[in-house]
Design a protein around this ligand. Structure first.
Ligand code: FES
Length: 115
């Protein structure tokens, strides 16, 4: 069970439980199920509208996560990550703080999601 807190300056923070372990439970799906107004359009990792910033809220740190080529190219286009930063994340097995909510699978970790 993961605790996911969605935060946006225009709305009240909302913390929800997520059942991690399913490979289909994306952050965007979780947001929609809980009526959190995260922006989206294509839902396929191409438009970048669902950009979020993800950080850890417990002491365990974040789990490593490999970005797909599609997500990497959108995050680069948006100016959030450089190729060097992406390469370093892979070397260090660290997750990116910038993610596309429609591409991020919820895992068993407590996170803060700024949208
Ligand atoms: Fe288009 Fe996520 S909704 S990239």
């Amino acid at each position: 069970m993961a605790l996911v807190t969605f935060s946006n300056p225009d709305f009240k923070d909302k913390t929800v439980y997520a059942v991690a372990g399913s490979h289909t439970e994306t952050l965007l799906k979780l947001a929609k199920e809980n009526k959190v107004p995260v922006n989206f359009d294509c839902q396929d990792g191409e438009c970048g509208h669902c950009l979020v910033r993800v950080s850890s809220v417990d002491n365990k740190g974040r789990m490593g996560y490999f970005l797909t080529d599609k997500e990497q190219s959108v995050l680069k286009e948006l100016g959030k990550l450089t190729q060097e930063q992406i390469d370093q994340l892979h070397v260090d097995d660290m997750p990116s703080e910038w993610r596309l909510a429609c591409q991020m699978i919820v895992r068993d970790e407590d996170i803060l999601v700024e949208y």
